[in-house]
Design a protein around this ligand. Structure first.
Ligand code: HEC
Length: 160
């Protein structure tokens, strides 16, 4: 008898968390129904998220091999092939290039960078890929080249 009461108590307390979560989700859903415009915006956002997800997969298949998952250009293959890859976050790399320049680079390739065939990525997919690459550049700013160590300890400078 006591045992079963305890079980019921346990079951209800475990049950509480999901119920609370569900009602939150329900409120969120109602919220989005408030205005059609808002729902549309959300749809757009999820379409964008989907496009970025696809772009990420494409990047990982066709680009990360050389440029690395984060676009740092520090892969073994890059070293083996002696490629000079700028980290995307380098101000001279992605930020200095127009979308068109990056587009042409991806489509036509350059030097040891292979072109991305039309059959592999449609134009709008390449445009999404460019967005993804720009995001990588933003998320992973190039670390400034190691500055010569500042004379931190005055003691080091005094002649001994
Ligand atoms: C086989 C290795 C390789 C692959 C795979 C590759 N790249 Fe490159 N990428 C390079 C090389 C080499 C350069 C430098 C080209 C040059 O300027 O001579 C480069 C340059 C770039 C640059 C300009 C910044 C820089 O480092 O000079 C961008 C942006 C870029 N690649 C994006 C991509 C994207 C997006 C993909 C996938 C569709 C991709 N790359 C696939 C080798 C590669």
């Amino acid at each position: 008898m006591w045992k079963s009461l305890l079980l019921i108590a346990a079951a209800t307390s475990f049950g509480l968390a999901p119920v609370a979560m569900n009602s939150n989700a329900g409120q969120a859903a109602k919220h989005t129904q408030k205005s059609a415009a808002k729902a549309e915006a959300e749809q757009q956002a999820s379409a964008n998220a989907e496009a970025m997800d696809k772009a990420k997969k494409l990047y990982e298949m066709d680009c990360a091999l050389c440029h690395g998952d984060k676009g740092l250009g520090d892969t073994d293959i890059a070293k083996e092939m002696k490629l000079t890859l700028l980290p995307y976050g380098d101000p001279k790399a992605v930020a200095a290039m127009s979308d068109q320049e990056i587009f042409d680079l991806i489509r036509k390739g350059k030097d040891k960078m292979p072109p991305e065939a039309q059959a592999r990525a449609k134009d709008d997919e390449v445009h999404d890929l460019i967005k993804y690459v720009r995001q990588l550049a933003k998320d992973n700013p190039a670390t400034a080249p190691a500055a010569p160590a500042a004379p931190a300890e005055p003691a080091q400078q005094s002649p001994q």
